[in-house]
Structure formats: C-alpha cells, structure tokens
Design a protein around this ligand. Structure first.
Ligand SMILES: Cc1cc2nc3c(=O)[nH]c(=O)nc-3n(C[C@H](O)[C@H](O)[C@H](O)COP(=O)(O)O)c2cc1C
Length: 189
C-alpha cells in the first residue's frame, strides 16, 4: 500500500509536519510505503481560472510542481492531507492545492460523478489549531470533509489537534499513539 503525506504548512518542522509524519509512521510500521510532500519545497501556483484543463486533454496549462504531485496522487492508495488552521480556515497553500484539483474533476461538483484518477482514494484530513476549543471550527471542518467527499475521496478520519498555542505537538505524549493508530488503521483494511 502506498500512502503520501501532503503538508500544507509553510513550516517544515512545525506541528502539521509532525502530525502528518506521525500518522505516516504508524502506517509504515504496518508495511505501507510512505512518501511526504512539503509545500515549502514545491512551486505550486494558484489556479488561473482559464478553464484550459477542461478543454481537450492537455491538462493544466500551468507547468509547475503540481504535475509531480498529481503523479504521486495517482500512484497512492491513500493520502494524509495536513493543514494548520489559519484565520479559521485551511492554509492558503491547502486552498491553492484544492483549486488546482479542478483539473482532475468534472465541473459538475456532483457526488454521482466518478472521477477518473482520484476515485475512492482514502484520505485522512488532519487539521491543527492554536485554540484549545475543539468545537470552534467544527462546521468548517465538516464542510471541508464534505468537499473532499464530493471530490470522490473516501474520508476515513478527520483528526483535529487543538491547543497548539500551549506548546508544540511533539511535546504532547498523548498524541503519539493516537496519531500512529490512525496511520496503522489505514493499512490492511
Ligand atoms: C496566519 C495564522 C493564522 C492562524 N489562525 C488561527 C485560527 O484562526 N485559529 C486557531 O486556533 N489558530 C490559528 N493559528 C495557529 C495555528 O493554527 C497553529 O499554530 C498551528 O499549529 C500552526 O501549524 P504549523 O506549526 O504547522 O505551522 C494561526 C496561525 C497563523 C500563523
């Protein structure tokens, strides 16, 4: 089983990176092949809204690292997508990535439409936030989960790590087992 992590925080050694890597570690221990992608290392530009991707079969007109990432997604069975909460939402990097997914999907936004490549890939949607209140952004997180489901991902779990303003994730002993278990549950279902 191939699992890729996508870290949409600009901080390569931040909480999002640690959380995604812990989930991948749990999967790796159960035999999964894992790979991690850091947005900080990638050149991924915002969608230009030209609709070029829906005309003919040339794909997106922007030639940047999204092609590499799309290729990794094509070859993966599951994705661990991590974003910090920025201003009550996902990071701008995460949104840029999602807009660029438009090139892979029908513009009908229909849950009945079967996407060609991303169909039924498993997804762990991992958020983390400074505020300790886990209910604070729940409606946004539910909405984002639904959006990924419309994009044909099978969303398995949506861990939301809270209270990051009180200390970094790697100092939280309670998180290690919890996150590794999420990764291990992805394997061999
Ligand atoms: C620009 C910015 C906006 C943020 N907005 C929120 C917010 O709305 N709610 C919240 O609880 N935390 C917020 N935070 C805190 C981050 O979610 C938190 O520090 C997170 O762990 C950062 O992840 P990272 O270490 O991977 O960068 C914000 C942080 C930044 C830098």
């Amino acid at each position: 089983m191939k699992i890729i992590g996508i870290i949409t925080s600009p901080r390569k050694e931040g909480n999002t990176a640690w959380i995604v890597n812990k989930i991948l570690e749990g999967a790796k221990e159960r035999g999964a092949e894992t790979q991690v992608w850091y947005f900080g290392d990638l050149d991924i530009q915002p969608c230009r809204g030209c609709w070029g991707c829906h005309k003919g079969d040339r794909g997106c007109v922007i030639k940047d690292d999204m092609q590499k990432l799309n290729d990794a997604i094509d070859h993966a069975n599951a994705i661990v997508f991590g974003s910090p909460i920025y201003m009550m939402q996902m990071s701008a990097q995460a949104k840029i990535f999602i807009d660029r997914m438009f090139a892979r999907f029908s513009p009908r936004y229909s849950p009945y439409f079967k996407a060609e490549n991303a169909a039924q890939k498993k997804l762990i949607l991992a958020f983390n936030q400074g505020n300790p209140d886990s209910g604070l952004f729940q409606s946004y997180i539910d909405y984002t989960k639904h959006m990924f489901e419309l994009l044909e991902f099978e969303v398995k779990e949506v861990p939301v790590v809270t209270g990051m303003r009180n200390g970094p994730a790697h100092e939280r002993e309670d998180l290690r087992t919890l996150l590794k278990d999420i990764g291990s549950s992805l394997v061999g279902e």
